[in-house]
Ligand binder design. Structure first.
Ligand code: MLT
Length: 245
């Protein structure tokens, strides 16, 4: 029977054998919320880049693409967009490829890809139910564990990622998947916040930091649960909607 495991930090990716498994990367504030929003707004795909230089190198290969991302939470000077999901409107990203670099989230996606998972999804509160459905589809009738990876913040566990991981785990227990101890613990955290997800973002140091630097409006957006149907997955090096594969 497939097991669900939660990695509280991307540093655990290195010690984890993900071959034949499914990886789900979570960065609620804000990379995976932005990715889900961008695809929902009609972006043709999101290319994760490890850093600013890699994003700049990738851009000429995708004419018309947008350079997007943050450093220290703020838009990178000279880039088209930052990492606020509210910026990823149909007017701005519709029909365009987004090249995205963020401090933790895009690095976690690339880390999971390099560990040989058969599928790499990205997940946020925004698309929890849709990702649950896709994970159940990918695991039905075959062996292989599910690795839920919290991106954290500069090597520290992020409360909102952990609670979101627990929300996914909670939904997956309705299928035929068993949980390891870390998944059980994440689920308990989710159940504590289930009635007020926004509070988990407000209780998080990174959420408070985003408020201080002027991105407080992102928190209520990123706290919405299962309002998007988009399931981002990594196809080669571009994140696209699983439904359109
Ligand atoms: C990250 O990758 O750490 C985040 O998405 C940072 C942010 O934009 O808040």
């Amino acid at each position: 029977m497939s097991k669900v495991k939660v990695l509280r930090l991307p540093s655990q990716i290195g010690e984890t054998d993900m071959s034949s498994g499914v990886a789900v990367v979570i960065d609620v504030l804000r990379a995976t919320s932005s990715i889900a929003t961008a695809l929902t707004s009609g972006s043709t795909g999101v290319i994760p880049a490890a850093n600013r230089d890699e994003a700049l190198e990738l851009q000429p290969r995708y004419p018309g693409s947008l350079l997007c991302g943050e450093e220290g939470g703020r838009v990178i000077p000279g880039f088209h967009l930052g990492n606020s999901p509210l910026e990823y409107t149909p007017e701005r990203v519709g029909g365009k490829t987004v090249i995205l670099t963020t401090s933790n989230g895009t690095k976690a996606v690339l880390g999971a890809r390099d560990k040989g998972a058969v599928r790499v999804f990205t997940c946020a509160f925004l698309n929890l139910d849709a990702v649950r459905d896709a994970v159940l589809r990918e695991t039905s009738g075959r062996d292989g564990d599910v690795f839920v990876i919290c991106s954290g913040s500069h090597g520290r566990v992020s409360l909102e990622d952990y609670v979101c991981a627990g929300g996914l785990v909670h939904r997956l227990t309705l299928g035929s998947l068993s949980l390891d101890d870390s998944a059980q613990a994440a689920r308990q955290s989710y159940l504590r916040y289930q009635g007020d997800i926004l509070q988990s973002l407000l209780d998080s140091p990174h959420g408070r930091y985003l408020e201080v630097i002027g991105y407080g409006a992102d928190l209520p957006h990123c706290a919405k649960v299962s309002v998007l149907q988009t399931v981002p997955y990594l196809a080669e090096q571009i994140i696209q909607d699983y439904a359109a594969r």
